[in-house]
Design a protein around this ligand. Structure first.
Ligand SMILES: Cc1ncc(COP(=O)(O)O)c(C=O)c1O
Length: 405
């Protein structure tokens, strides 16, 4: 069947291949430990759910809502930025509520891109960073995902060699899938570069509250002058474990936000009002639930790194996010991340996300989500140990991708 212009730009999700195998294995009765998705498993805190059920009783809330978010919600987001980052935002012109940050990001891409525009995106990255822009007709040029001097070398080269000159650069720290974190010094250099070359920065800060060290991840907007070129995206999905509610935000530069709000005004009427009111209660409410969830992810991280390490797979401990970015054990590296993920699923009953699904430079890695409890992670480590003990035998029966090519 012939593909449409847009769908040709959207290859089937690599993760689908692992998902299909996962479903088939489960249908056969296998107990798959699913660390493949970035789907938080913790429940939304009860006070937020209660607010939703209270507000939904009022028929006035059943009407169309406000596309860029109700005023109280935008004010609550501005208050969060001031409290957490010391950044003052005008809730009317510098804050837009979105249907999850993914929708906000994709519609920002629609709003600012002309066909053939060049956008700089980390590789590997969360798929919407590239595909949001590809759908909007942009061309993507990759930059390294790890914050450091190499990023600036790539940015300089991109400005010299891209025709037309890039319109935007995407930054995502704490990063999905790599869990890299960036500090304010790095952001200062990014902002200086972007201002010098008149390039927008789109900063994805979805993991602003999921961190394990003493220093919380900064906002790009903390850099003086950043607001002249930056839009930043945050989400309640991870912070309050509300992934299914679809509440996120874009904040920052007024021109960018006005463009996003305009596109959205043609597409949606905003989230259901009771959801927006409950989201407001979340942002204005107690923070102990955030701390509790952060600690849960931290304990899981420690169990994962420690138990997988003892089983024979050394995984660097992520400092933030809800993922570990795990180098494929040497012995299996030639398989590539997709074949290795399939093998792990079949032989160890562990599902992970193959790094290739996040970009070509991710193929030596798999992403492991901290989305199962400690007991299940320990179970995964036991399965892993058995798998690694029989690795030579297993590998004997598998043709490495590099050899098969
Ligand atoms: C880096 C990053 N950005 C955005 C999102 C999407 O979040 P939301 O649920 O707000 O659309 C995710 C979800 O996994 C993510 O990892």
């Amino acid at each position: 069947m012939e593909e449409f212009h847009k769908t040709r730009r959207l290859p089937p999700y690599v993760f689908e291949q692992v998902n299909k195998l996962k479903a088939a294995a489960r249908a056969q009765g296998a107990d798959i430990i699913d660390l493949g998705m970035g789907n938080p498993d913790l429940p939304t805190p009860p006070h937020i759910v209660e607010k939703l059920t209270e507000v939904v009783q009022d028929p006035r809330t059943h009407r169309y809502s406000a596309s860029k978010g109700i005023t109280g919600l935008r004010k609550a987001q501005a208050a969060y930025y001031e409290r957490r980052f010391g950044v003052k935002l005008n809730p009317n012109t510098q804050v837009v509520a979105t249907l999850g940050s993914k929708e906000g990001f994709a519609n920002m891409a629609q709003a600012i891109t002309a066909p053939g525009d060049v956008v700089l995106s980390p590789n590997p990255s969360y798929p919407i960073h590239t595909f949001g822009f590809l759908m909007a007709g942009a061309a993507i040029r990759a930059i390294p995902a790890e914050p450091g001097p190499e990023v600036f070398h790539a940015l300089e080269r991109a400005v010299i060699h891209s025709v037309p000159k890039p319109i935007a650069v995407i930054m995502c720290y704490p990063a999905n899938p790599t869990a890299y974190v960036a500090d304010l010094e790095f952001y200062k250099d990014v902002v200086a570069f972007a201002r010098k070359h008149d390039i927008f920065i789109l900063s994805d800060l979805a993991y602003s509250e999921i961190y394990f060290g003493d220093t919380p991840p900064p906002s790009m907007l903390q850099v003086p002058g950043a607001i002249e070129v930056t839009a930043e995206f945050t989400s309640l999905s991870k912070t309050f474990s509300m992934p299914g509610w679809r509440v996120g935000f874009a904040v920052g530069n007024e021109r960018l936000l006005a463009a996003l709000a305009r596109v959205k005004s043609y597409l949606d009427y905003g989230a259901f009002t009771p959801i927006q009111v409950a989201a407001t209660a979340a942002l204005n409410g107690p923070e102990d639930c955030i701390v509790e969830m952060r600690n849960t992810y931290k304990r899981r991280r420690d169990v994962l790194v420690e138990s997988f390490g003892r089983a024979g797979w050394d995984i660097p401990a992520p400092e933030a996010s809800m993922f570990a970015w795990a180098p494929i054990p040497e012995k299996f590296r030639a398989l590539g991340s997709l074949e290795f993920s399939k093998l792990l699923l079949e032989k160890a009953e562990i599902a992970v996300a193959p790094g290739i699904g996040f970009g070509e430079y991710g193929d030596d890695y798999v992403r492991i989500g901290l989305v199962e409890n400690e007991k299940r992670l320990r179970q995964a480590a036991r399965n892993l140990r058995r798998f690694l003990e029989t690795a030579d035998e297993t590998l004997h029966n598998v043709v490495p991708v590099s050899a098969a090519r």
